[in-house]
Design a protein. Structure first.
Length: 65
């Protein structure tokens, strides 16, 4: 049961991170950025969401143990 919850939560975080990256890339392109400029912006958004999720998970583990 616990493994399933962890896998589902991980999948949800990855999907949210991909959506945030796609949105950041699309907004950069709409702002007039070229593809090579928009790609790092999307990558930074993806990394930020993953980092935020890891930090939140770390805080929850600390609080719950």
């Amino acid at each position: 049961m616990t493994v399933a919850v962890v896998l589902l939560a991980t999948a949800l975080v990855i999907v949210v991170a991909l959506l945030a990256a796609a949105g950041a890339g699309k907004l950069a392109r709409m702002d007039g950025a070229t593809y090579p400029t928009a790609l790092p912006r999307a990558a930074v958004a993806f990394a930020a969401v993953i980092t935020l999720a890891a930090t939140a998970a770390s805080v929850f583990v600390t609080l719950l143990t």
